[in-house]
Design a binder for this molecule. Structure first.
Ligand SMILES: [Zn+2]
Ligand SMILES: [Zn+2]
Length: 425
């Protein structure tokens, strides 16, 4: 029986919106005691003096590439990267080989994840083979342990099929996550359509390709009353559409990723494929609108869209696949780019990176109190460090943040009552 005694932590209590110094004892994977001073004989003691203790971060959008593309990442390495980033839970997208569109693949992921350093919530495909033609068996996938449905990586092109998917998911009380892209506008694009794409002479992915489908999902939800979640919002218009929909009581929720509130399409001037993803980095106006949407509650969650590829696959700017990794830099980027400049406070950060994604995935609330699972993140909010891709736990190196100076460092991650990450200099 592992008993971890965490001494002198600054415990973030989101329920009471207070931070108080306390010791925490974990036993059998559960937070057994929280008290000003605990004396006992633990298996392991963490001296958390000066560290903040938060509920384990939760990333509702990652690609673990397992089964079938384990040269890019696998469930173990992806979860190691998650643990190093302070995440104790991740939702794994279904665009694997085979596509996660049947109960066997869901069970394979859950079985392998038992031995991994983070909890994995499989997202099953909306359509068979993600071909956009025929719905998967939502009830059977849920029974096998799927946590949500999405065809992420591509859109569900048919509005009629999307509406049917929203209805079926709602009846099962399951989240439906939409990758919004009209590929008749974005097909073959390498980056955002704008001044930079013109300067480089490459095909652009217009914001309208994303906005048109966000508008469609909102219209479907407004007409039917079924909820829908919008993945990786990157545009000012997309954020405005979601803000308006929420004001009118439409059941739409949304996430964005750290690269959209940090970088712009000017990063592509160097023709580095590690800065290419879908949707692409947009303009400064879009980036600022995403920050505003994070501040005012339009966007509910920060998710990484961690999308590993090999250096070989990413070597050529023109032919490289889309996607960047993000698990090991997300917390520090959010802290550095959102909390330090005063855009949001620490409560909102925990809401965006832990409480809200948990709510959206229908998980337990993730409040630190006695009797809940010992899924904990400890961080030093003052520590400055430089993102160094050679030190990542992920198999992949395709980060746009290599060499960036960051503030806020994950020091320990505890998942199921075990220390799954410890920061060593
Ligand atoms: Zn996507
Ligand atoms: Zn994705």
């Amino acid at each position: 029986m592992t008993r971890i005694l965490i001494k002198h932590a600054a415990v973030i209590n989101s329920e009471k919106r207070e931070i108080h110094g306390a010791d925490i004892l974990t036993e059998n994977g559960i937070i057994a005691r929280i008290a000003p001073e605990i004396r006992c004989e633990p298996t392991k003691t963490i001296d958390a003096g000066g560290l903040f203790l938060a509920p384990g971060l939760t990333d509702m959008h990652v690609h673990l590439r397992d089964p079938g593309q384990t040269h890019k990442e696998d469930i173990f390495t992806g979860c190691e990267a998650a643990a190093a980033g302070g995440f104790t839970a991740v939702a794994a997208m279904p665009n694997t080989s085979p596509v996660c569109d049947g109960p066997d693949t869901v069970r394979y992921i859950l079985e392998k994840a038992k031995m991994a350093k983070a909890r994995v919530y499989p997202v099953a495909a909306v359509t068979k083979g993600m071909r956009g033609a025929e719905l998967t068996d939502f009830a059977a996938l849920k029974a096998a342990g799927a946590a949500a449905f999405s065809d992420d990586g591509r859109p569900v092109a048919s509005a009629a099929l999307m509406l049917k998917a929203m209805k079926t998911a709602a009846e099962l009380n399951m989240p439906l996550l939409s990758h919004c892209e009209d590929d008749t506008l974005s097909g073959g694009a390498l980056m955002n359509e704008g001044e930079v794409s013109k300067e480089l002479g490459v095909k652009g992915y217009p914001a309208a390709a994303e906005d048109a489908v966000i508008a469609r999902e909102i219209a479907l939800s407004a007409a039917s009353g079924y909820p829908v979640h919008i993945c990786h919002v990157s545009t000012a218009t997309g954020a405005a559409l979601i803000r308006d929909a929420k004001r009118r009581g439409i059941r739409v929720t949304a996430e964005t990723a750290p690269h959209y509130f940090t970088l712009t399409d000017r990063e592509l001037l160097t023709k580095n494929a590690d800065r290419r993803m879908s949707p692409p980095l947009r303009t400064r106006v879009d980036r600022d609108a995403i920050i505003t949407a994070l501040i005012d509650g339009t966007i509910d969650a920060i998710a990484t869209d961690h999308a590993p590829h090999t250096p070989e696959e990413k070597s050529d700017f023109m032919s490289a696949p889309n996607g960047v990794i993000g698990l090991e830099t997300a917390f520090a980027l959010a802290y550095t780019k959102l909390v330090l400049p005063g855009h949001i406070d620490i409560w909102r950060l925990i809401e965006l990176m832990s409480l809200n994604p948990r709510k959206l995935l229908r998980l337990d609330p993730g409040i630190i109190r006695e009797g809940v699972p010992a899924d904990i993140t400890l961080f030093d909010r003052d520590e400055r460090w430089t993102a160094d891709k050679t030190r990542f736990r992920s198999k992949a190196r395709n980060t746009p943040f290599d060499g960036m100076r960051l503030t806020g460092k994950i020091k320990y991650t505890v998942c199921r009552g075990e220390i799954v990450f410890e920061d060593t200099p």
